[in-house]
Design a protein around this ligand. Structure first.
Ligand code: AP5
Ligand code: MG
Length: 287
């Protein structure tokens, strides 16, 4: 699948991308992470990008586009990708569209993560990132987990750092830039029939479930299944149709290997409202 995650700073694009990487078997391509890596390595790109990043402004389109074009040309991106933080304005969206058209690999879906502004500020102020593996935590929630599990890169405890652009003044500017430059992409992708909108507030797992549902990917199994008697076929979770009513997402490589299951009532995807907002799955009444 080729996916774009849209959303304000702190909406959870990075966090949910990292979870989607495991589910969909495709790489996360984060323009912010690539730029931060370039700054840390002291490359020419990093040197040119640093001032804009420190101020919360967007880095020059020409720099970002060159970097993304190069990354999309790498072997792992041929299977698909999750773009996180790119595109960020209409010029970047048009450039991405042209690039993917020339590669004959158009986008499958764009998911907008909706979060209240006050919650965005709270999340950003509590964010900590592992300096070694890049995993995102939060002092108000997931940081304790970081102390109990080893970093997959070093085997030692995660080294939690605060991002230099997570200061109060920079966050205010990033949110302003988001409203002015990035918000218009919602209409851009809605007009192309690619947009799905999800409520990105609440428990991480609940947001992940909404995201998977919006993408038509199978939901994670929460409890271990009871052992079935020998000879009975094991049923695997089948991909759900998109809840937004937008065109159903293509099946991932992993999903293609799973047998399709007949839809219970109808083969049509559930309809969303005009906004394209994905509705939560209806609970079955327990008897
Ligand atoms: P970038 O790195 O893209 O930053 P951003 O867009 O400001 O987004 P964030 O990374 O801050 O937020 P996120 O949505 O990833 O949230 P996260 O998952 O971390 O860009 C940085 C800078 O680089 C830009 O300002 C710009 O200068 C430049 N740049 C980047 N791309 C560019 C481009 N295309 N063009 C030009 N310039 C570009 O979550 C945040 C926190 O919330 C975490 O602590 C997490 O644990 C927590 N959290 C997540 N979900 C939940 C939940 N459901 N409940 C509670 N807490 C949660
Ligand atoms: Mg991020």
């Amino acid at each position: 699948m080729r996916i774009v995650l849209l959303g304000a700073p702190g909406s959870g694009k990075g966090t949910q991308s990292q979870r989607l990487v495991e589910r969909a078997g495709i790489p996360q391509i984060s323009s912010g992470d690539l730029l931060r890596a370039a700054v840390a390595r002291g490359t020419e790109l990093g040197r040119q990008a640093k001032a804009a990043m420190d101020d919360g402004r967007l880095v020059d389109d020409s720099l970002v586009l060159g970097m993304i074009r190069e990354r999309l040309g790498e072997a792992d991106a041929r299977r698909g990708f999750i773009l996180d933080g790119f595109p960020r304005n209409l010029a970047q969206a048009h450039a991405l569209e042209r690039l993917l058209e020339s590669l004959k690999r158009p986008l499958d879906a764009v998911v907008q993560l909706e979060v209240d502004p006050a919650e965005l500020v709270r999340r950003i102020s509590g964010r900590r990132t592992c300096a070694d593996c890049g995993r995102v935590f939060n002092v108000f929630g997931s940081a304790p987990a970081a102390q109990s599990e080893p970093c997959p890169k070093t085997g030692a405890p995660h080294r939690l750092m605060q991002r230099p652009d997570d200061t109060e003044a920079t966050v205010a500017e990033r949110l302003r830039v988001y409203e002015e430059k990035t918000r218009p992409l919602v209409d851009f992708y809605r007009a192309r029939g690619l947009l799905r909108v999800i409520d990105a507030q609440g428990e991480l797992d609940a947001v992940t479930r909404r995201l998977l549902q919006a993408l038509g990917l199978p939901a994670a199994r929460r409890v271990a299944r009871k052992k079935r008697p020998a000879g009975r076929a094991t049923r695997r979770a089948a991909p759900r149709p998109s809840a937004s009513g937008a065109r159903p997402a293509r099946r991932s490589a992993a999903a293609k290997t799973a047998p399709r299951r007949k839809a219970r009532r109808s083969s049509r995807p559930a309809r969303g409202g005009k906004s394209g907002r994905a509705r939560p799955a209806r609970r079955r009444r327990s008897r």
